[in-house]
Design a protein around this ligand. Structure first.
Ligand SMILES: *[C@@H]1O[C@H](CO)[C@@H](O)[C@H](O)[C@H]1NC(C)=O
Ligand SMILES: *[C@@H]1O[C@H](CO)[C@@H](O)[C@H](O)[C@H]1NC(C)=O
Ligand SMILES: *[C@@H]1O[C@H](CO)[C@@H](O)[C@H](O)[C@H]1NC(C)=O
Ligand SMILES: *[C@@H]1O[C@H](CO)[C@@H](O)[C@H](O)[C@H]1NC(C)=O
Ligand SMILES: *[C@@H]1O[C@H](CO)[C@@H](O)[C@H](O)[C@H]1NC(C)=O
Ligand SMILES: *[C@@H]1O[C@H](CO)[C@@H](O)[C@H](O)[C@H]1NC(C)=O
Ligand SMILES: *[C@@H]1O[C@H](CO)[C@@H](O)[C@H](O)[C@H]1NC(C)=O
Ligand SMILES: *[C@@H]1O[C@H](CO)[C@@H](O)[C@H](O)[C@H]1NC(C)=O
Ligand SMILES: *[C@@H]1O[C@H](CO)[C@@H](O)[C@H](O)[C@H]1NC(C)=O
Length: 829
């Protein structure tokens, strides 16, 4: 109700208005819910709208000629109007624009200046302005940005009016109220834009600079963009302009933390996304910490020190395990004695966080150099803006730096160093990861506001030139859904070479000879190999015709290499050559669990103690996957043939090709493709494609019952009834005869309380309702304790008739299983 008291509106004397036709609202006209106000050449329109599926009405501005309703500004973000009864927008005597609902004012232009005979007008740039009779602007919507930045709008601060211009995302597509995400200028030091969630910085645009991009070719148009930076006592602001504009463009901060830049080409049917930030983990704010830089190439990304010669990781052991929290430090510490220090120049960088900086808008680089040299706490200097003399000094460790790939026009930074370090060239090898996708970095320093298009244009241009070539060497980290993984904790030689050359593998496996074939995995044959140094490996050769695309391949590589646990199979590396995709694992001499428990001659080797150990080992591996690893990993295809055994019969979970990993708290997802194996799939997954960690718990339950009984769930035939294994177990349990389930070959060694406990835990895990199933850490506790267990509810007896139609690929793993299939593709239902 702001401003209600100061407003004097005389609605009584109003007549039905022709605001829409006049294109303005003045003291004699007003806008009702049926009207809209259109800008002079009809680009924008002001009126009432209902966002998404919301019933509420809002006053907003959108593009008039565009078929897709795209709202760029909302007046009453915080004051939804539940119905359309007597909604009126009108201008009051004081020149204040007010929105009335049942004659109550619910929103007003918050102007402090009053003026007479004011009019409100929607301009062609999308700005709603209120001007007094002398054409002075009294109020404008551009001063109150919502989630969208249009050309000509400002970000920054107006010190005279103590105002801040920044974007704030809608809460959701149904609710334009401001959420906690913002994109605006930080003005403590030299200004730059930051994307924040509350007070937490998520992404940084880089220090501002003036710039003009001419002849930028996009969608077969040549455009000119300019970035306009104003830094003076009264105002710190940034705006972008589109000089000739055959297309519409806007930048929007969306409700899931992305800044999206969109363009609309004449006659097209939808907005085209030009670029969205953050684009990758490397864009995550300060991911590599002090003096670290992040780089990516096709599938890998990593942190390196700004200069691999002059800087070292502060905590090398942490660094090796992808814990970059220490950042880097100078190899030779600074002493700050007279003449003992100088500066090292690093070119083409995204300048570090400029929050704790000092700057002068008229100091040249020489003076800047002296200024920094003479102050022991000054760590670096630079001129961020090539169009004028700006001296910018940093006083802390340099955070969030990125070294840009060649071909960029990034600024230089001069970093303070001990004199003894100044004798040779800077040694930063990590030029943004060397090739392919790295050109995306182009945008970072230049597209402060993420204007645009230039980025994509360059991107397309370069894409054509550089075909993605896999590249080896160095410590490699893998990127996946915004998380970072480290393979380097593997043994030393693998650390150097996580990517094996194809010829190495051909030699190791005797050119994939049949003699070396271990079996058929989910996506192709598995071979044994011996490396030159005598080390045994298992090589999974992904079938060229397998449905596993590059994404799934990366997925598998990334997931496994990231995960380090004694109950998980270790991935040593991978190899990509043309169509060939190979995964190199540690070799497991004892093959898989199914070749023991379901085989009469082998099963005698597994007495009860071993079986119980296997159950507990699998459970520990799963706890790690579900809870302890940095990511939440759902295996999705847990089954006996995916449990490998080492020489001491310790279980190791393998085949993560189907795993999906989640950051954060996401515990459930709807999958587009059902992937898994009959007999192990939870009902909600098999029928609805919903998977969660509880789907893995279900598979684990099945596995436990199989290990105890030595029988397969799928294909289990019981003469006296039609139950599958689970139905059979349930029947025995109900009748109090659980012990008779135990595999005959290990009855002698069996420990009844452990067996009964295992069966009960198994039954708890296969309960119909996912919510009733325990999580894996509960399972560990239940298996380890002697306390009372809850009563399981009846399991689901899912029959294959109920399942969706699927394609099969044979997946009998290391021998043994014939009637077991991995379902590779089922369309979402
Ligand atoms: C309106 O202006 C007053 C004083 O300038 C300020 O306190 C208030 O937050 C403003 N309201 C809005 C919605 O901008
Ligand atoms: C506003 O306009 C009316 C005529 O439309 C005029 O009579 C009046 O004097 C104007 N008010 C001011 C303060 O200029
Ligand atoms: C864009 O500019 C290039 C050279 O600057 C020119 O060859 C081309 O014809 C221009 N394209 C359009 C659509 O104007
Ligand atoms: C600051 O810059 C703006 C825009 O260029 C200008 O209008 C204003 O007068 C300047 N203020 C000062 C104090 O120089
Ligand atoms: C936000 O933008 C990102 C990147 O374009 C996109 O993946 C995501 O779906 C968007 N979220 C919403 C709610 O529009
Ligand atoms: C867009 O469509 C109109 C009418 O169909 C046509 O006259 C115009 O040439 C088209 N513009 C472009 C750039 O294709
Ligand atoms: C170094 O990093 C490792 C792994 O993150 C951590 O355990 C250790 O405490 C760190 N050491 C120091 C001195 O911070
Ligand atoms: C360093 O040496 C220069 C002359 O070489 C002198 O002018 C300056 O005062 C000295 N500074 C300090 C901090 O000793
Ligand atoms: C060095 O810079 C810091 C931060 O601006 C300042 O507080 C300090 O006074 C400066 N020291 C000298 C000797 O100029």
């Amino acid at each position: 109700m702001e401003g209600a008291t100061i407003l004097m509106f005389s609605l009584l004397f109003l007549h039905k208005s022709y605001a829409a036709e006049l294109g303005t609202i003045s003291d004699s006209s007003f806008l009702t819910v049926e009207d809209t106000l259109v800008s002079a050449t009809g680009v924008f329109e002001l009126g009432f709208f209902q966002p998404g599926s919301s019933e509420n009405r809002y006053l907003g501005i959108w593009y008039k000629q565009i078929s897709v309703r795209t709202v760029v500004w909302v007046a009453n973000r915080n004051h939804p109007l539940p119905d359309a009864s007597s909604l009126v927008l009108k201008i009051g005597n004081e020149g204040i624009l007010g929105l009335f609902y049942n004659n109550n004012i619910i929103w007003s232009s918050n102007t402090t200046r009053s003026g007479y005979n004011a009019t409100a007008k929607l301009q062609d740039d999308g700005n709603l302005v209120v001007i007094d009779k002398n054409k002075n602007v009294m109020w404008q919507s551009f001063d109150y940005p919502t989630d969208t930045l249009l050309p000509g709008m400002k970000l920054g601060r107006d010190y005279l009016r103590s105002k801040q211009w920044r974007l704030s995302a809608w809460k959701s597509s149904d609710d334009p109220a401001p959420g906690d995400l913002t994109w605006g200028a930080e003005t403590l030091g030299y200004p730059e834009n930051k994307l924040k969630q509350g007070n937490l910085v998520k992404f940084r645009g880089g220090p501002w600079r003036n710039q003009v991009f001419e002849g930028v070719s996009i969608f077969s148009k040549n455009l000119t963009f300019s970035y306009d930076v104003t830094i003076n006592k009264s105002e710190v602001s940034f705006a972008y302009y589109q000089i000739n504009s055959p297309l519409l463009s806007r930048t929007t901060l969306n409700s899931s933390m992305h800044l999206e830049s969109w363009a609309w080409v004449e006659n097209s049917t939808g907005w085209r996304l030009v670029v969205a930030f953050p684009r990758s983990t490397c864009d995550t704010y300060n991911i590599c910490n002090g003096y670290g830089t992040c780089s990516i190439n096709m599938i890998q990304q990593s942190c390196n020190c700004l200069d691999e010669k002059r800087f070292v990781p502060k905590n090398q052991s942490g660094w090796d395990t992808a814990d970059w929290s220490g950042g880097c430090i100078r190899r030779t510490p600074l002493e700050c004695k007279n003449g003992s220090e100088g500066f090292m120049k690093y070119s083409n960088v995204k300048l570090p966080d400029s929050e704790n900086t000092w700057f002068d808008m008229s100091m040249n680089l020489d003076e800047c150099h002296k200024r920094c040299l003479n102050n022991c706490t000054c760590m670096a200097y630079a001129n961020p803006d090539k169009t004028r003399s700006v001296c910018l000094l940093w006083f802390d460790d340099l955070l969030d730096i990125q070294v840009l790939p060649d071909g960029n026009d990034g600024p230089d930074i001069f970093v303070r160093m001990a004199s003894s370090e100044l004798d040779s060239e800077p040694n930063s090898k990590n030029k943004g990861g060397a090739n392919d996708t790295t050109i995306l970095f182009v945008v970072i320093p230049t597209v402060l506001v993420i204007g645009l298009i230039i980025a994509t244009w360059l991107c397309y241009a370069r894409r054509k030139k550089n075909h993605a070539k896999p590249k080896g060497g160095g410590k490699k980290l893998f990127k996946f859904t915004g998380e970072i993984f480290n393979v380097s904790k593997m043994e030393k030689e693998d650390m150097e070479q996580p990517l094996f050359s194809f010829s190495t593998i051909v030699n190791a496996t005797g050119n994939f000879s049949l003699d070396n074939k271990l079996g058929e995995g989910g996506f192709g044959p598995v071979y044994k190999g011996v490396l030159e140094d005598g080390k045994e490996i298992a090589v999974k050769r992904l079938s060229r015709y397998s449905s596993q695309g590059l994404d799934e391949f990366k997925n598998e590589v990334i997931c496994i290499s990231k995960l380090q646990h004694r109950n998980l199979v270790k991935l040593l590396g991978c190899c990509i050559q043309g169509d060939e995709k190979l995964l190199i694992y540690e070799y497991m001499p004892n093959k898989s669990l199914d070749s023991f428990i379901f085989d009469k001659s082998q099963s005698v080797l597994l007495d009860w103690t071993k079986r119980f150990n296997i159950i507990k080992g699998i459970a520990r591996g799963l706890v790690y996957l579900h809870q302890d690893s940095r990511l939440r990993i759902i295996h999705r295809d847990l089954k006996a043939s995916n449990i490998l055994l080492d020489q001491d019969m310790n279980p190791k979970i393998s085949d993560f090709g189907l795993a999906r990993s989640f950051g954060g708290n996401e515990t459930q997802a709807n999958t587009e493709r059902v992937v898994g194996t009959y007999g192990y799939m939870s009902p909600e997954y098999a029928l609805d494609g919903i998977f969660s960690i509880k789907s893995d718990v279900y598979s684990f339950g099945v596995l436990v019952l199989e290990i105890v009984s030595g029988k397969r769930n799928r294909g289990f035939i019981q003469p006296e009834n039609e139950n599958n294994l689970m139905g059979h177990v349930w029947m025995l349990y109900k009748e109090g005869r659980s012990l008779s389930l135990v595999d005959a070959v290990c009855v002698g060694s069996c420990h009844p309380p452990e067996v009964l406990r295992s069966i009960k835990v198994g039954l708890l895990c296969v309960q119909q309702n996912a919510g009733d199933r325990p999580n894996m850490s509960n399972v560990i506790m239940m298996l380890g304790s002697e306390g009372e267990l809850p009563e399981p509810k009846q399991p689901s007896f899912i029959t294959e008739k109920e399942l969706p139609v699927v394609n099969y690929t044979s997946s009998s793993y290391t021998g043994g299983s014939v009637n077991e299939f991995t379902i590779t593709e089922v369309d979402a239902r």
